[in-house]
Ligand binder design. Structure first.
Ligand SMILES: [Zn+2]
Length: 351
């Protein structure tokens, strides 16, 4: 344990709240997760920093002007819903822009300090695309500005080959749309099939000059550790070997955890430890920046999942469970994944 984890957090996130109190994306979820980290046995390796004041010009590197102004205007009106799922308050614009700025600047911080960076923003980010709603999603899915995309964009501008891994239970449609035609950003997204936002088919490969760089792994309801660990070993690790990224951005949502009220997945803390330990290993090879952005997680899994993830990120340690069963991925999807990996990456998937 010789590297530090820089936690980017601000109490101001409490100003983004539905006063009626029943929205699943509420301040308490992040407060509890932050407190659990602060109370963890490894807390001497954590350094908490506040996000900086917003640098608004940075938003236009990812989102278009119309959308940024729209969020500004809606935010000025005070608390209300801008779609069926997503609310803003008078503080939302500034808060999200401030976490966006922090995520963008995390790239330089990670490269300079060698610290692991964990941004803990509210509201969430990965569903927000260039113009807001991405890939025909019904709503913004609680998200306003895309922090993971901010971090990846910053790394890209510095010339780093960037890998995005999104293990939130929902497809990171906003992030994928933002880098759809960008072949230098590889995005691997594991998500539950058939739930919000409805995108993330294996056959969605990326746009012109970027085909094969967007790897979607939809898993079926009930999928748990075996499926996730199978994916880590057979897809993520294999793609990393070929792509050889030098920077990593993680959309770290913890809503695939068993018992999460918004999804039907069944992952335990062991999966999050495995991901953390794997990213630790990468950080000691050619990956010069590891930036995690916390996304979803609406039950106890956000707390235990995040604590286990950060601990393994620091220590590189997890107990490798036996993988015995087949991954819970639809047969047709698995066949398409096999074709994609073979055609674009020269990887022969064993299933
Ligand atoms: Zn999610």
């Amino acid at each position: 344990m010789n590297r530090m984890v820089r936690i980017v957090y601000s109490e101001k996130h409490k100003l983004h709240a539905d006063p009626r109190g029943y929205h699943p994306e509420n301040p308490e979820r992040l407060e509890r997760a932050f407190k659990a980290l602060m109370d963890a046995p490894f807390n001497k390796y954590l350094k908490v920093v506040n996000p900086p004041s917003p640098k608004e010009d940075l938003l236009f590197l990812v989102h278009n002007e119309y959308y940024v102004n729209y969020i500004l205007e809606e935010s000025r009106k005070g608390f209300h819903y801008i779609d069926f799922d997503t609310y803003v308050t008078e503080y939302t614009y500034e808060l999200a822009a401030s976490f966006f700025t922090a995520s963008f600047e995390s790239a330089a911080e990670a490269l300079n300090t060698k610290e692991f960076i964990v941004v803990m923003p509210r509201p969430g980010g990965h569903h927000a695309g260039v113009n807001g709603v991405a890939f025909g999603a019904p709503t913004l899915g609680f998200c306003v500005f895309n922090y993971a995309a901010a971090a990846a964009k910053s790394l890209l501008l510095k010339g780093y080959k960037t890998l995005i891994i999104d293990f939130d239970a929902h497809h990171g449609n906003g992030t994928q749309e933002i880098f759809w035609n960008e072949g230098r950003v590889v995005h691997i997204d594991i998500h539950e099939e058939g739930i919000y936002p409805g995108s993330g088919d294996v056959r969605d490969l990326g746009g012109v000059n970027a085909e094969g760089t967007k790897i979607n792994i939809p898993v079926v309801r009930g999928a748990g550790d075996e499926t996730y660990l199978w994916t880590l070993a057979n897809v993520i690790d294999k793609v990393v070997e070929v792509f050889q990224p030098n920077a990593l951005v993680v959309s770290a949502g913890f809503d695939a955890h068993s018992g999460d009220p918004l999804t039907g997945l069944n992952v335990s803390d062991e999966t999050y430890r495995a991901f953390g330990a794997y990213f630790n290993k990468l950080a000691y090879s050619d990956v010069k920046a590891v930036i995690s952005v916390v996304e979803g997680g609406y039950g106890k899994g956000l707390i235990s999942g995040l604590v286990n993830y950060v601990e393994a990120l620091l220590s590189g340690q997890f107990i490798k469970p036996e993988i015995t069963g087949k991954p819970l991925i639809r047969e047709g999807a698995l066949r398409d994944l096999k074709t994609l990996l073979s055609r674009y990456w020269g990887i022969e998937l064993q299933v």
